[in-house]
Design a protein around this ligand. Sequence first.
Ligand SMILES: [Zn+2]
Length: 319
Amino acid sequence: MATTAALAWDSTGHQTVGAIADRLIAGTNAEGQVRNILGTSLRASAVWADCAKGVEKKGAKFSYTATGKHKECFPFETGPGKAEMANFVRRNWDNCAPLPGEDKCHKQYHYTDVSILRNHYAKGLAGTSNHDIVSAISAAIAVLQGRPAPAPFNINGKKEALRLLSHYVGDIHQPLHVAAIYLDQDGNPVDPDHGSFDPNTETRGGNEILDGSDSLHFEWDHVSEDLSADRLDDEILSDARKLAPTHGSVSNWSTKWATDTLLAARPAFKGLTFSPENVEHHWFVELPGGYSETRAAVQRQQLIKAGARLAQTLEAIWP
Ligand SMILES: [Zn+2]
């Protein structure tokens, strides 16, 4: 994903995921643990990992440079709050040995890029890594369970881990944070897992695909106000409470969710046609009729799943 990528889900989406989980854990042991660790709600904390993208490196110094720019980040823009963000970014900058042109490590934690041609997530497929969103969620869970984060992650304590988990569980349910289409110069889909892999076929989570002036990625990040945290209705909460729990060990849940999102992402790519690649490495997309309605329905379903699964994860960690 390009370093110019928009914030993942927008803040509305992340706050909704946090708010659903806040409601679902009410009255449980997990709620008490979350309050103790965070001192605030999941809704407020779920945007922290995106706020931390406002940290920049100048010379050897890391500092937060986005003060006043994003309303949802205001609670973290105190002296100690900015230092926490800068410290996290410093520890998670080049610990994953990013290649030239790749995002710095903490930004790579927000996504994976599995070809839409696959029907399950697996390490080793093009677009996956040991520091993608699937691994990032497992790392945050490990820290919350009192174990060290596996390399290359550098997570400092349970507060940071919970801030990260509440964000990444949202991202892994955003279809374009998991599923990717790879395109050749003529705009034809290609399979990145067969033959020799060509990095030029990467669309970076749809950031390189444009629908007019907006990227396809942005259109999927953007959540309508109908789905905002202030408008959580009984139907959303009741759907979230009904979601079947993920089977197996909580450490492996993110792998299963990635597969689930990969399949849920099929409608995001169905019926799309692409222009040839232009000199700026962009492809223009033509969307089929009814696409925005389809997108809204998939987004709603995915936000509900994310909120429910965040709550289920916390209750599995603190039964
Ligand atoms: Zn994100």
